[in-house]
Every structure is written in structure tokens, then in C-alpha cells.
Design a protein around this ligand. Structure first.
Ligand SMILES: CC(C)(COP(=O)(O)OP(=O)(O)OC[C@H]1O[C@@H](n2cnc3c(N)ncnc32)[C@H](O)[C@@H]1OP(=O)(O)O)[C@@H](O)C(=O)NCCC(=O)NCCS
Length: 189
């Protein structure tokens, strides 16, 4: 799927699915410019085998990437999101995150989680701008049960120094992210 964004963000921005490993290699430079050390190694490995990868393109140039997966039938997870340094601050990650919320909503998720380094202010601002809120392990345990929360942390590969953010995909929020497909389903039912 390729969707053209016609708003006031970066010009000619489109978001495209990258289903195959070969296609995914086009966003490796974005990862190389965005991460280092363990995160770079892990993001490149994740790129190869994660369920869903979306690229942000300006014309034909890959400038951003998101890696997404369902943790269970109701819970989405934003594994990685990155934009090349020269394209930051133009709303590209915001567009990727809006597309990600829409993707998870259409998959039937009612909540999305993300793991964020405690000292990553840009990332915190990005997720906060889309109404994500920090959730502690204690709160997650209270909601899902301790064992389930441990299991979620394991699936999300939350490492020391990271915090978890969450956003509920409620009907109110979903209203703004309903796709034509879902609207059609609703009309037909
Ligand atoms: C985090 C990151 C993806 C943000 O990308 P971006 O394209 O610059 O973000 P956007 O321009 O879409 O900004 C999104 C929101 O965050 C805010 N924001 C992002 N970076 C900001 C900054 N440096 N200063 C102020 N606000 C910032 C913007 O105000 C915007 O909110 P708005 O839509 O309400 O205006 C980018 O900095 C990056 O790739 N960092 C390295 C990789 C990383 O750490 N990824 C996140 C964890 S996996």
C-alpha cells in the first residue's frame, strides 16, 4: 500500500509497506544514521524478520521507517521508528506514527505500546504528541497480571533504561483514523 500525504509536512511524502527482505534493505541507511551500538545491530536484525515495515519516502528517497508487530490480538507494538537526521523536525515520524495507529486499529487492536529510552527526548515528544503516555511496570502488572506483564516486556525486548508508553485506540481516537475500508464495513453491517 502506498498512501500519499497531501498536508503541510514534508513535500511529496508517502508511506509505503515493505513486505520483502529485499525491499526492506532500502531503509537500512536510515537505521545506520539513526542508531548506534546494540540498537543499530538489533534494529537491522528486526528489520529482516518483523511482521510489518513501513517506509516514509520523499519522492523515491527513503527517509524514515517504522517496524510494527501485534503482541497479541488486541495489542500493537511500535518496535522501531526512525527518520534520517536531515529530514527530522518536518513531521515525518508523526505521519509514520499516525499510519501505525491506523494500521493497528484496522488489525483489531485496542491499545498500542512502545518502548522508549528514558533519555530520548525527541522520541518522548513524538509519542506524547500523539497522546501516548508512560505506563510503569507496576501499572501494566495491575492491568494484565504480573506474569503477563513480564511476558510482554520480554516480547517487547525492553532493556534497562527504557520506559514503556501506551495509547488506547478508543472509539473517539479511532474516529479520526477510520479508513475507508472500515467505514465501508460499518456501513454494510
Ligand atoms: C524520534 C524521531 C523518530 C522523531 O522524528 P521526526 O520526524 O523529527 O519527528 P516529527 O518531526 O514528526 O515530530 C513529531 C512530534 O514530536 C515533536 N518533536 C520531535 N522532535 C522534536 C525536537 N527535537 N524538538 C521539539 N519537538 C520535537 C514535534 O513537535 C512533533 O509534534 P507535533 O506533530 O505535535 O508538532 C527522530 O528524532 C529519530 O529518528 N531519532 C533517532 C531514532 C530514535 O530514537 N527513534 C525512536 C525510538 S525507536
Amino acid at each position: 500500500m502506498t498512501s500519499k500525504k497531501g498536508d503541510n509536512t514534508a513535500p511529496d511524502l508517502s508511506i509505503k509497506d515493505l513486505p520483502s527482505e529485499k525491499e526492506r534493505s532500502i531503509v537500512e541507511p536510515v537505521l545506520e544514521k539513526s542508531f548506534e551500538g546494540w540498537y543499530l545491530w538489533h534494529s537491522k536484525r528486526t528489520l529482516k524478520d518483523i511482521e510489518t515495515v513501513k517506509a516514509a519516502l520523499i519522492g523515491d528517497e527513503p527517509v524514515g521507517v517504522s517496524m510494527l508487530k501485534m503482541l497479541n490480538t488486541k495489542l500493537g507494538y511500535v518496535y522501531y521508528i526512525a527518520v534520517s537526521p536531515e529530514w527530522r523536525g518536518k513531521g515525518i515520524a508523526g505521519e509514520l506514527l499516525d499510519t501505525s495507529d491506523e494500521f493497528f486499529f484496522n488489525k483489531g487492536a485496542n491499545e498500542v505500546l512502545a518502548g522508549i529510552s528514558e533519555d530520548n527526548e525527541e522520541s518522548k515528544r513524538l509519542f506524547s504528541s500523539r497522546s501516548y503516555k508512560e505506563i510503569s511496570f507496576a501499572e501494566l502488572s495491575k492491568r494484565f497480571g504480573r506474569l503477563h506483564a513480564i511476558n510482554l516486556y520480554r516480547k517487547m525486548v525492553i532493556v534497562s533504561g527504557e520506559v514503556v508508553y501506551t495509547k488506547e485506540l478508543t472509539k473517539g481516537l479511532a474516529g479520526s483514523i477510520l479508513t475507508e475500508e472500515v467505514e465501508r464495513e460499518k456501513t454494510n453491517s
